[in-house]
Design a binder for this molecule. Structure first.
Ligand SMILES: Nc1ncnc2c1ncn2[C@@H]1O[C@H](COP(=O)(O)OP(=O)(O)O)[C@@H](O)[C@H]1O
Ligand SMILES: [Mg+2]
Length: 591
């Protein structure tokens, strides 16, 4: 089920993706980022000043006779630190606001894109993968933006300011201490390549954890009845362990820059101490204040320098999320509304297939040059061996897929030229499986027609023989249906589905084994109900029980994607062909 075009490890050139992220996000929020950057400039400036004023403090203290200088320095210290505090606060808040906005926007965009994907996309993409993409990737992309902006603006400017203070106070010592930079860069490069691989695997591991939980929930019945608890436990243990191992490795790599930088800094400070006590540097060293200011600037430069040296590693870690996000956003839409799509004209609801051929992606052809008319207001039954393509015909009528060749028309217009909204409004569909939302019973019915009144919904439920069982639920129509209606029987769910179809009041009704989950007693009821609903409605019914199709106006026998026999029941029986065989077999079974 895994789609090869859509996996975690798909690599695009990262730098172009990074640029795309930045050029999409920053200009759009230039106000917020502009203000944040202004605050960052203030942070950098006040940080450099705070290093510089250390020298003034020392000198003012050794020159304590000069009281006015002491007060000046004291006031300066307070102002600088207060300004730094406010600037840091403003920067954090502004960056968070911009970032949160971007997360919200990207998540909305991702979900919008997801909704526009055709059913084929959902068949080939795992839901755990999508969950992870929508919830995590936008957040990761935001982190990347944060790192880039704070790195390039705040950390670089701060570093620049502090280095300037160092050179101003102690040019020779500064030159010596700058050896640290290039050495650190070399170390970081080696780490980078490993981070990429690990992050990709970690994401895949997270997806596996989600998948195991999801399957445990949706497949609870199978897990219990087949006693698969140990198996699931093992799968989970394995997935969890993998993620644990990778997280540890990741932290080790990310922090590997710390010992590297710390040792290098230690070495630099040690050499400065030694040098400043020897005669050469002794001459270079000015006042005690200057030396103090230099050492302070040097020590303060360490944090931003460390962050900058690590920046590539951090970005690389977040890029996996950016890649995930864009691969979902860029995933081509397989089935789109025509740009000049029109409303389907109101008509009697005649459906025709003209020379339609179709096969599912990567699969063999399922429908072969099929031409067929479903007459307006009449009931047509599709019968035939399983796998013959009956459900596929309905998929094509619903435009869940487009034919590879040929045209599907409703009242003469190609459905590819119609808006999705007008097409779906024309058609009501009842299938074998009924999906229920976690909502009340009435809420689940109302989705079929949001403007329906309670009375209309109840009336529809009566028609579908669902009213009585709904009333017997603890809170009747207001009963909460758990996740996908776990406590309802197959037959009850089907009756809810039929109620929805009744509510649709659509001119075309598609029934794909709509009564298969019902016992023959209930089926007889519903058959009667459906016959009333399908009166004057173009109905296509797929059913195995002959009782259901006996009253159809026309029967089509579909085998291997082609209609081999069609006509009234009488005509088909007279043909004495494949249909007759099926009929006899079933007749024997039922009697
Ligand atoms: N989503 C799908 N992806 C790939 N193949 C499919 C899909 N749905 C159905 N098929 C294949 O198409 C063929 C026709 O299936 P279907 O129309 O469901 O037959 P029927 O409803 O007559 O039993 C089968 O071979 C089936 O395996
Ligand atoms: Mg089918």
């Amino acid at each position: 089920m895994k789609n090869r075009r859509f996996n975690f490890l798909s690599r695009l050139t990262d730098d172009s993706l990074l640029w795309r992220l930045l050029s999409e996000s920053l200009p759009e929020h230039k106000g917020k980022y502009g203000a944040a950057i202004f605050a960052m400039v203030l942070v950098a400036g006040t940080t450099a000043l705070s290093a510089w004023i250390m020298g003034e403090i020392v000198d003012a203290m050794t020159d304590s006779d000069n009281t006015s200088r002491v007060y000046m320095v004291a006031a300066g210290v307070f102002l600088i630190f207060a300004a730094k505090g406010f600037a840091s606060f403003a920067q954090t808040v502004l960056m968070a606001r911009a970032g949160n906005r971007i997360v919200a926007e990207k998540q909305t965009l991702l979900f919008k894109r997801l909704l526009r994907q055709g059913i084929g996309f959902f068949n080939t993409t795992e839901s755990s993968d999508l969950l992870l993409r929508v919830t995590q990737s936008a957040q990761m992309a935001r982190n990347v933006i944060d790192v880039v902006v704070t790195g390039f603006i705040r950390d670089s400017l701060t570093l620049f300011g502090l280095v300037a203070v160092m050179f101003y106070q102690q040019p020779i010592l500064s030159l010596i201490s700058l050896v640290v930079g290039p050495a650190a860069v070399l170390g970081v490069r080696m780490i980078l390549t490993k981070v990429r691989a690990i992050m990709a695997q970690e994401m895949a591991g997270l997806a596996e954890i989600i998948k195991v939980v999801q399957e445990t929930s949706t497949g609870a019945r199978v897990i219990k009845t087949l006693a698969l608890e140990d198996l699931m436990q093992n799968r989970m243990a394995k997935a969890v362990r993998e993620v644990e191992k990778r997280s540890n490795k990741m932290v080790r790599l990310e922090s590997a820059t710390s010992p590297l930088m710390d040792s290098l800094t230690g070495a630099a400070i040690a050499s400065i101490v030694i040098l400043s006590s020897t005669s050469i540097a002794g001459q270079a060293a000015g006042s005690a204040g200057q030396l103090m200011s230099f050492v302070t600037a040097f020590l303060m430069a360490y944090e931003p320098a460390k962050r900058l040296s690590r920046m590539r590693v951090t970005i690389e870690g977040g890029m996996i999320g950016v890649r995930m996000m864009y691969s979902l956003l860029d995933m081509p839409l397989t089935l789109i509304e025509a740009p000049d799509a029109k409303e389907l004209a109101t008509g009697p609801g005649e459906v025709t297939l003209e020379n339609v051929s179709f096969g599912y992606v990567d699969g063999p052809s399922v429908i072969k040059n099929l031409s067929l008319t479903f007459e307006a207001g009449k009931t047509t039954a599709l019968v035939g061996p399983s796998g013959g393509g009956k459900s596929t015909v309905l998929n094509l009528l619903l435009r869940l897929y487009d034919p590879v060749e040929g045209v599907v028309r409703i009242d003469g217009s190609d459905i590819r030229q119609a808006t999705f909204a007008s097409l779906r409004k024309k058609i009501a569909f009842v299938g074998q499986d009924t999906f229920l939302f976690s909502n009340t019973v009435i809420g689940n019915l109302r989705v079929a027609r949001p403007d329906a009144t309670d009375a209309e919904i109840i009336e529809a439920a009566r028609v579908a023989h669902a009213h009585d069982f709904i009333e017997s639920l603890p809170k009747g129509y207001q009963t909460q249906i758990g996740e996908n209606g776990a406590f309802l029987s197959g037959g009850q769910r089907q009756r809810l589905s039929i109620t929805r179809a009744v509510l649709r009041r659509a001119p075309i009704l598609l029934l794909d084994e709509a009564t298969s989950a019902l016992d023959s007693q209930s089926e007889a009821y519903i058959r009667d109900a459906l016959e009333r609903v399908s009166l004057g409605v173009t109905t296509v019914v797929i059913a195995h029980r002959f009782a259901t199709i006996m009253n159809a106006d026309k029967i089509c026998y579909l085998e291997a994607g082609q209609v081999t026999e069609q006509g009234s029941l009488k005509e088909l029986l007279a043909m004495n062909g494949a249909f007759k065989k099926l009929y006899d077999a079933q007749f024997r079974e039922e009697s």
